[in-house]
Design a protein around this ligand. Structure first.
Ligand code: 5GP
Length: 151
């Protein structure tokens, strides 16, 4: 899909927001939701989305919405750092299919980086076999939640 175009309300993150699809939630506030990536590139890979803005990518989202998301991104990156002690943390996002975007509801990736390589991006496998173990995601979410600092 191109970088331009209309927002598709049937995208997977819109379904998660409508609770038509499950997610392993880590954090939620009035405007943003953070949950575990089910095809994680590393241990503790999370995604942060806006709950109300129908933005496909960085070009679409309002500056206010972006600020709300980035505030949550910082909060969760700090919590992941405390909970998981990675060697670094990658914050990234993709705009348009040719750039690597696969889900067209604006989101920011928080990818803890440990020594060694990352798994490939959005690697779902032919039968969804790149999917993380649910119990492991729940355990990681619990660890990260316990390290969330209120501000
Ligand atoms: P993008 O490729 O758009 O930057 O990132 C989409 C991300 O969503 C990928 O990292 C992919 O692993 C993740 N993802 C795809 N489908 C699902 C899903 O159903 N649930 C969750 N939690 N993550 C998903």
């Amino acid at each position: 899909m191109s970088i331009d175009g209309a927002y598709d309300t049937e995208n997977i993150f819109a379904k998660i927001l409508r609770e038509e699809m499950p997610c392993v939630k880590v954090y939620e506030d009035e405007n943003t939701l953070a949950f575990m990536d089910v095809f994680p590139q590393s241990r503790g890979h999370m995604l942060v989305i806006h709950k109300h803005e129908q933005a496909r990518n960085l070009l679409d989202i309002s500056s206010c919405g972006l600020k709300q998301i980035m505030k949550s991104v910082q909060k969760l990156a700090r919590a992941a750092n405390i909970a998981l002690s990675p060697d670094g943390i990658i914050i990234t996002q993709f705009n348009g299919g040719p750039a690597g975007q696969t889900v067209y509801h604006f989101h920011v990736h928080i990818i803890p980086k440990y020594h060694g390589g990352l798994k490939p991006h959005a690697q779902m496998g032919d039968n969804g076999d790149g999917m993380a173990d649910r119990d492991e995601l729940n355990m990681l979410a619990t660890q990260i939640k316990s390290a969330l600092i209120t501000d």
